[in-house]
Ligand binder design. Structure first.
Ligand SMILES: C[S@@+](CC[C@H](N)C(=O)[O-])C[C@H]1O[C@@H](n2cnc3c(N)ncnc32)[C@H](O)[C@@H]1O
Length: 214
């Protein structure tokens, strides 16, 4: 894969190469935990991949808009949703979030590992995600806090923000938003090829927008 390959081609090739799926199909654990006590409403899933989170939310009664740059991932996700019997509760939208962002406001905006191809988190996307949260709604961002122990070929200039830096990037007016959680935590992850189990660090940010916002 060379640098000049467009991002959507890169991600499509990555998904197409993994015929049995890149991800487990299960919802992300933090998403499942942090949404368990929320009343279902409308949800936006940014960088939805193969749809594990969107399908989980739809099963709980959410009406989900799920977005990814990869048509291959979105087609696969839509097939999973059909099989799960929740297709009518999910709208799949293709966006390159560095260029376009889905319209509307949502009771839940979730971005689970919304890392671009170079590993970065886009401040513009994070702020657009916050802006898309409806009054009374929740913003949930889960991201890597460091590289997996087996990855040694990361760009020298790639840094992983702390949860506090992610909160600062969001620029949430304090009179409108409450930060419910901003923490690092360890997570076990298997090496994609060898299956070797390792612990890496992730970060979670959960914020709630006040009801009088907007
Ligand atoms: C690390 S994966 C996470 C997938 C899923 N949220 C999960 O946790 O399993 C990042 C996802 O973001 C998508 N993505 C990367 N760059 C994007 C962009 N510019 N616009 C929209 N989606 C993008 C990729 O196709 C991929 O599905």
């Amino acid at each position: 894969m060379t640098e000049h390959v467009p991002d959507h081609v890169y991600w499509n090739e990555r998904y197409a190469a993994a015929t049995h799926g890149v991800w487990s199909g299960e919802p992300n654990a933090v998403l499942a935990r942090e949404t368990a006590d929320l009343s279902p409403g409308t949800a936006l899933d940014l960088g939805c991949g193969e749809g594990g989170d969107a399908i989980h939310l739809a099963r709980l009664g959410w009406r989900v808009t799920a977005v990814d740059i990869s048509d291959v991932a979105l087609e696969r996700a839509a097939q999973h949703a059909e099989r799960a019997g929740v297709a009518e509760r999910i709208e799949w939208q293709r966006h390159d979030l560095s260029e376009t962002f889905p319209a509307g406001s949502y009771d839940l905006v979730s971005a689970q590992f919304p890392h671009f191809r170079d590993g970065t988190l886009s401040p513009r996307v994070l702020r657009a995600a916050a802006a898309a949260v409806a009054p009374g709604g929740t913003l949930l961002i889960e991201a890597h806090g460091g590289p997996p122990p087996w990855q040694h070929d990361l760009p020298d200039d790639l840094t992983f923000p702390t949860p506090e830096e992610t909160v600062a990037t969001l620029q949430l007016p304090p009179d409108e938003w409450e930060i419910l959680l901003a923490e690092r935590h360890p997570r076990s992850q298997r090496h994609p090829h060898t299956g070797e189990l390792a612990t890496r660090e992730d970060q979670t940010v959960v914020a709630r927008r006040g009801r009088c916002a907007g």
